[in-house]
Each structure stands twice: as C-alpha cells, then as structure tokens.
Design a protein around this ligand. Structure first.
Ligand code: SF4
Length: 623
C-alpha cells in the first residue's frame, strides 16, 4: 500500500496487459471503490506513464457490460441470451458434462484454450495448465508468438536476458529492427532518446515509415520477410572487410568458419535483390554497425512473423558477437529480458502430470478441429476458454464460429465481458480484473519484478483465474496441494527466491514498494557477455548451433530466398524422453529451470527444449 487516509488509500499494482512495459500502477481507492488509476512516477523504467489503454482502467472495472455472475445459455448459440445461475450450479453442469464426455470419449475430447488476456505469473498464460494436465485433456499448444524466435535465440546465445534496456542510453549505434518502439514499447523510448541526445545514431529497419522510423537518423525500408538476408549480408560485409572482433570471436564463439562459409553466399548485390535495399546501404550499415561501439540491436516481435522467422533471429543474434559489441555496457542485442526472472513455471504448470502420448493440438488449428475438417479421434466435445477470445484473435474465424455453433460442443468461457467467443458459450463464468486480484508480474521489456496487490473486492461473483481452477479442481475431486495454496503461497512457490537475481528482494519489500529491480547489476555496469558466459551448451555464442546438430535437421543459419520456397524453418524432432529425467547442471549452462521460465513456451515446446538440452548434456556437451 502506498499511502492511507481516513477514506482513501493508494494501492500499488501493475498493468496486466501482454505488453513489454509492465507499467507500475497506483490505484486510489475510496470507500472500497477504485476512483483513479495512474502510473507510479518512482518506477525507473515506466516513470509514471500509462498508455491510453490503461489510463482509465477503473472505467473497465466498473463497466456496466461486465459479466458479474455465472451465466447459462438460454437461447440459440451465439444469440447472447443467458440466464443467471449459481456457481454451484455452474460447476455441477461442468462436472456432469465432462464426466459424460470422459466416459464416452476420454479426457482428450476436452480442449482448453487460453493465451495472455492477463499476463500475471499466477493468473496468466499457464494458470490452467496444472488442472488440464491432471485431467488429461488435449494439450493446447500456444505458438502464436515467440516460439520460433525464442528457440532460435536459445540455440544461438541461450536463455540470456540480453542487454539491459536501460543501458541503451550508453549505446552509440542503435538498430531498432522490426520494432515500432514509440507505439508498442513506449517506455523504452526515453532511453533511446537520451542516447540520441548523447550522439548515438538511430537506425530503424522496418518496411513502413512508422512513428519510430520518423524519429530515426536513418530509416531502412526493407521488403517484408527478408530480414535474415540483410543480417547475412551484413555479416558478409563485416567478414569481407575484416571488421570482425577476432579476439572476441576466438574466445567466445563457436562455428566461425562455418558462418564465414555460409555468408559468402550473401554478398550485398545479391542481398539487395532480396531485400530491396541498395547494396551500398547494406555496406554502410554493416560498417557503421561494426565500427561504432557500443552498438545494439533491439529486435521486435514482428521479426519472426514470417516463414523462416526463427532463422532470422538466429542470424541477427550472431551479429553482436561477430563485432564484439557484447564487450561494452550498451552493446549487444535485446530480445525479451524475461529470461532474467527466476520463475519456476513447472510449479505452476505441473508438466510432470502430462500423461505420455497425450494429444497436442496447436491453437491455430482450432477452426479445423471444431468443424471436423481435421479428423480427430476422439473429436473435441468440450472447449474451455479463458484469457482469450479466439473468435477475434485466432485464424479461420468463420470456421471457429461454425464450430462453436455445434450443438454437441459444450463450451465454457471465463471472461470479464460477453466477448464474441463468450456469446457462443453454454456457460460463461465471471472473471476479475487486475484491480480485484493478486498477482506477481514479470516483464518482457525491463528488469523489474512487480507485485500487483488487490485494490478492491471482486465485483459481483467474479473470481480470479487462480480461484476458478481451485473450484474446478474441487469439482473434479482433485485433492492435490496444488489447489489448496492461497495466491500468496502460490507466488512464494512460483519464484526461486534463492536465485541470486532475487537477492535482497522479498514479498515484504514488494508489498511496501510495489516493484524491485532484479539483482543483476546496474544499467551502468550491466554487460552480461563481456567475457562470453553465454547460456548455451558450449558457454559460447554458437554461430553453429550444437543444439540444432543434436536435435534438429538443419544446423546452420539460413536465409529465406526471394521465392520463399526455401523457408529455413527449424524442424523439430523431439525425442520421447520424459520430462522428469532431470539432473543438476552447471550453473552457467542452460538449466531446465531457466528454459522452462518462458511463460509463452507451451508444455510441448518446453518439453522439446528441455529434451534438446538434456540431449546436449547426455552427449557430453556440457560440463
Ligand atoms: S504501456 Fe503497456 S504495460 Fe503500460 S499501461 Fe499500456 S499496456 Fe500496460
């Protein structure tokens, strides 16, 4: 709590949206009602600013359109006609329906569907995983965002937080690559503006002249989907013109010879044809980037939004090591600093409860799965949606709607509002907003852990997702401790408090201050790979990825061709090693814990990555 008076108090909270900034919020509560939400001016990264989406968050909380009670469908599917029922009646409906489905078809006829409608560690992406793992439901694979790029990034430099976004103020050459910072990561912009004021050159690589590109010293308009070719072309120039940091490459990288041979195929003239960028500009960019230190690359999530996106990230992640940018504070690459947060996702997700052979269905196949275009055995007979609105956010909307209209599909949606998806539900369950729930928040845009304290009592009969799954567990007679913990106990279990990154940080401190910077050094000193220490099996930046050699068909960096026929996808061939085959690993090497600390990683993709690492270790690639 920030302050109190007779009638008013200010509660410290944090924005729940899937946004890199994770803004610290102050909620003013008067007589039990939230009357104002504003940014916390003391937060070093978000500095008191909230964006237009959240400035009036209290209006969302008290909207007359909120769903505040369990609702049972009373008209045709999609009509939006519902009648109020009790929580007990709603849970009984679920129990009866699911028991019947499980008896007739087995538990994989039930499909959960969720994403990041709320991003908190407790109530976010993975809040229902333990329950559905226990139930034996179909695994809903979430690869909409980051799966390819994170796998590629891990294979190159490991699960490194990368460069501190606050250290950008010390950079002299900044490349914002597929990142419209001013519109989508706005609290990072002041650090870039400060660097510019100090003489840094800002380059924006983006097909469009975005708001950020308009502020750049140099906007490079690239043909969409050809970024990997540009990265390879830059490396071609850097190597040809002998701008490589030979000492850094010799000591802290793996596979330079293979990389040199590979990039020979991408001279500037050829890259110009692929990317639409003049060859001379490619040469200038490569030379300036290599020789102006500290140089930094900020890759946006857009960089992976095309076939070959993962390999694009592999190529860009090679660049800082090639020129020795990691040596300096303010040099390197920034992808998702989320890897710095020591979160024990396995304690929340319970992947050990996944039964061998459980069916996995990628979320982008929802429409086909529901309409039987995809022949599934057993068919999906029940859909459970939370933290998402697939009618709006998933592909093949028409098919999804057609599927949701099926009379034999039992659909449950937990929601704050009667969304386009909720309108098709047989049962709608009321969900709380961020002001009505407790959570602990990581960030994928800065290095501060935040505590979201409950500011007001839940409205109506709304419940947080944590409580929703406690109720479902009771309904299905699951008796594990997993669902007997309070939210605060869950938060204590969810973090590795003994990890050096949390040294000096406690729940009491978070309650008092609202947030704390991870104990990873200051922006003035943070240079995580000045002496290598990459979190790969070799401990080096792997131009030639040993993990790819172990598990994947292709191992070297590839660029998409202009014809797009050669996609450069990384093809996964996971083995069937069970997840609980774990053993202690060297501290500086990737651990199963650090790999599983990816909230976007799916259960299956975590299994792939863990298995991949495990194989590296079993093959003796790790000490
Ligand atoms: S900028 Fe992002 S984190 Fe900040 S208030 Fe807006 S949506 Fe939330």
């Amino acid at each position: 709590m920030a302050s109190t008076s007779e009638r008013q108090k200010v509660i410290r909270a944090a924005c729940p949206h899937d946004c890199p900034d994770t803004c610290a919020m102050l909620v003013t509560v008067e007589n039990g009602r939230a009357i104002m939400v504003r940014g916390d001016p003391d937060h070093p990264f978000t500095r008191g600013g909230l964006c237009v989406k959240v400035n009036n968050y209290e209006q969302r909380v008290y909207s007359p359109d909120r769903v505040l009670h369990p609702l049972k469908r009373s008209g045709p599917k999609g009509s939006g006609q519902f009648e109020r029922v009790t929580w007990d009646a709603a849970m009984q409906m679920i129990r009866l329906s699911w028991t019947k489905i499980i008896d007739q078809y087995g538990p994989t006829a039930i499909l959960p569907y969720s994403y990041l409608g709320t991003e908190g560690t407790l109530n976010g992406l993975n809040v229902g995983d333990a329950f559905f793992n226990k139930l034996g439901a179909t695994i809903s694979e979430r690869t909409f965002c980051d799966s390819g790029s994170c796998t590629a990034y891990f294979m190159t430099i490991g699960p490194s937080p990368g460069m501190d976004p606050e250290s950008f103020k010390y950079s002299k050459y900044i490349i914002l690559w597929a990142c419209n910072t001013i519109s989508t990561n706005l609290h990072h912009w002041p650090f870039i503006a400060e660097a510019k004021k100090n003489g840094a050159k800002l380059v924006v690589i983006d097909p469009l002249k975005t708001r950020t590109a308009q502020e750049a010293d140099w906007h490079i308009s690239i043909r969409p989907g050809t970024d990997a070719a540009l990265a390879l072309g830059m490396m071609n120039v850097i190597i040809e013109q002998d701008l490589v940091d030979r000492d850094y490459v010799a000591n802290y990288t793996l596979g330079f010879d293979e990389l040199r041979d590979r990039v020979k195929a991408y001279p500037p003239e050829m890259v110009a044809k692929i990317t639409g960028i003049p060859a001379q500009d490619i040469r200038t960019l490569a030379c300036e980037y290599a020789t102006t230190q500290p140089s930094v690359i900020r890759i946006g999530v857009a960089i992976e939004r095309h076939a070959g996106g993962g390999q694009t990230v592999r190529a860009t992640a090679c660049l800082p090591a090639l020129v020795g940018a990691w040596r300096h504070v303010g040099g390197g690459i920034l992808q998702l600093p989320i890897w710095a947060f020591p979160i024990k996702w396995e304690n929340l997700m319970r992947p050990d409860w996944i039964k061998p052979g459980t069916r996995v269905l990628n979320q982008w196949r929802l429409g086909s799965a529901l309409t039987h275009d995809e022949q599934l055995d057993p068919p999906i007979k029940s859909l459970f949606v939370y933290n998402s609105n697939p009618v709006v956010v998933a592909p093949e909307q028409e098919k999804i709607v057609r599927g949701l209209e099926r009379e034999d599909l039992f659909t449950v949606v937990s929601e704050q509002f009667l969304t386009d998806t909720a309108r098709y539900a047989d049962l709608v369950l009321p969900a709380t907003t961020q002001l009505e729930q407790f959570d602990i928040m990581f960030s994928w845009g800065h290095l501060y852990l935040s505590l979201n304290q409950q500011a007001i009592e839940p409205l109506g009969e709304a419940v947080p997702n944590t409580e929703l799954f406690r109720r479902l567990a009771r309904t299905m007679s699951f008796d594990d401790r997993q669902w007997k913990r309070s939210d605060e106990e869950m938060a204590l279990d969810a973090l590795d408090w003994a990890n050096p990154a949390l040294q000096g940080i406690s729940m009491d401190l978070l309650r008092e201050k609202g947030w704390a910077r991870l104990n990873v050094g200051t922006p003035e000193t943070y240079a995580p790979h000045a002496k290598g220490d990459f979190l790969t099996p070799s401990g080096k930046c792997e131009f030639n990825a040993s993990m790819a050699e172990t598990l994947f068909c292709r191992c070297s960096v590839r660029a998409p061709t202009s014809s797009r026929r050669e996609s450069g996808w990384i093809r996964c061939q996971p083995t069937s090693l069970p997840m609980n085959h774990r053993r202690p690993m060297h501290r500086s090497r990737p651990s199963t814990r650090s790999m599983s600390s990816h909230p976007r990683a799916t259960r299956s993709s975590i299994r792939v990555m863990e298995t991949c690492l495990l194989n590296c270790i079993m093959l003796g690639n790790s000490s």
